[in-house]
Design a protein around this ligand. Structure first.
Ligand SMILES: Nc1nc2c(ncn2[C@@H]2O[C@H](COP(=O)(O)OP(=O)(O)OP(=O)(O)O)[C@@H](O)[C@H]2O)c(=O)[nH]1
Ligand SMILES: [Mg+2]
Length: 409
């Protein structure tokens, strides 16, 4: 299976126009993925390309160069900053003939304050003079160690290996084992309940399901994968497992078929915990449903773009369930990369499982909601909540249970 983009290490390339960001991405990927020209401002929107760097799946993100003169520059800067919140690692590309300006200094400060590691690619080293002096100057102005400044030439393919080596050395650890960390242990038996209904994609499993299977095997535990009709049968045949993980669509039936002393949760809740690192915050969000009143506005955000089906979960079911509880609520929907910059008109944001977003990106969206003072939750929690099985589905996560108990006592 190809690594989905959301689990790839995202490396953003930032710098002024014409520094050679696109050229460098082409050189690293051995392809002409990005358009290069001598015209300042060639790249306008972020361009994502998936490659492997020394066996590590990464996504290189080319950004619009910033020039500090035009008003267009302002807009571009804003867009660059949006990309910055989606990357795990940054490369600041500096034209060795020009050195650093206030822009790179500002960029380095932001990256440091956001905790995003970065290296500087000192490009066009093939035609630069006094390379050592420039390197010295860059490292002192950006207040970074000299070994973080790597002279390269995208054109002549000089210094690329060294650049990659530095990048990977400072890359955050990219291991997805946290999906079931702390819950599943060696020797455990886990049942995975996966209904193959009309909503299931043809011929494959969805990523959280694959991730769970892989993670259980990595943890030296055993899993049995069944459709919802066989869940009862497998209990009778193999006995009690430590836990049942179910697809959200089959939550109610799974809850009925799973004895009270067996843990039960959903792929969607596990995914939410993994992707946001803050299940408690999302539980706080779902409890906000009780405070909604007629006329309140709720945003439903779906990270992937798909054609909504007649009983689409985000478009149809969730609004129906919430209206049943809270009355005449207004719903807005966004899809894909779109996310409103003004969230203040919403009382609540209900996000999808976000399996197509990077963790950083999802955490950023949570931060935006927090800044706007808007509660945020996710599909899986809403489904469990409206069916009255939320406490059961989160009881293995003490931090989330604490929030529940505080409100529900
Ligand atoms: N001599 C030399 N020229 C280079 C090198 N890398 C890029 N260039 C040239 O610099 C110019 C700008 O390169 P791009 O890759 O388009 O620069 P960019 O940073 O993507 O620019 P924008 O998209 O406009 O922000 C092109 O004419 C490249 O051929 C290099 O290592 N050496
Ligand atoms: Mg470019």
């Amino acid at each position: 299976m190809i690594t989905p983009r959301s689990l790839r290490l995202h490396v953003g390339f930032f710098g002024r126009t014409n520094a050679g960001k696109s050229s460098l991405i082409n050189a690293l990927s051995n392809r002409e993925v990005a358009v290069v020209s001598n015209y300042a401002g060639t790249t306008t929107d972020p361009v994502f390309s998936d490659i492997e760097l020394l066996g590590l799946p990464v996504t290189l993100v080319d950004t619009a160069g910033v020039d500090d003169e035009s008003s267009l520059g302002e807009k571009r800067l804003k867009r660059t900053m949006e990309v910055l919140n989606r990357v795990d690692l940054a490369v600041i590309v500096v034209d060795a003939l020009k050195g650093v300006s206030d822009y790179e200094i500002k960029l380095a400060k932001i990256l440091k304050s956001e905790g995003i590691g970065f290296v500087v690619a000192l490009n066009k080293s093939d035609i630069a003079e006094n390379l050592e002096e420039v390197k010295e100057e860059v490292s002192s102005k950006l207040e970074i160690q000299k070994n973080r400044v790597i002279p390269v030439s995208a054109l002549k393919r000089i210094g690329l290996e060294k650049l990659v080596d530095r990048m990977l050395r400072i890359a955050p650890d990219f291991d997805d084992s946290q999906f079931l960390d702390g819950i599943v242990e060696e020797g455990d038996l886990i049942y995975l309940n996966i209904p193959i209904d009309l909503g299931a994609p043809k011929g494959r499993l969805i990523y959280p399901q694959v991730q769970a299977i892989r993670n259980i095997l990595d943890l030296k535990a055993t899993c049995v994968v069944v459709k919802e009709r066989e869940l009862k049968w497998v209990f009778e045949t193999l006995g009690k497992p430590k836990m049942v993980i179910t697809d959200s669509h089959a939550f109610t039936k799974a809850a009925a078929d799973t004895p009270e002393d067996v843990m039960l949760t959903s792929f969607s809740i596990l995914e939410a915990r993994f992707r946001t690192g803050n299940l408690a915050k999302l539980v706080e969000g779902v409890l906000e449903v009780e405070n909604l009143k007629d006329g309140d506005r709720v945003l439903v955000a779906e990270a992937c773009t798909h054609h909504p089906s007649p009983d689409d979960i985000g478009r149809v079911k969730i609004p129906r369930w919430i209206r049943n509880i809270a009355g005449n609520i207004e719903f807005d929907h966004v899809m894909g990369g779109a996310f409103p910059s003004d969230l203040s008109k919403y009382k609540l944001i209900i996000h999808c499982g976000a399996c197509t977003l990077t963790r950083r990106h999802m955490m950023y969206r949570i931060k935006l909601a927090e800044k706007a003072g808007v509660k945020i939750t996710n599909y899986g929690l809403v489904i469990a909540y409206v069916h009255g099985i939320l406490p059961r589905a989160i009881e293995m996560f003490p931090e989330a249970m604490k929030v529940w108990n505080k409100v529900k006592g």
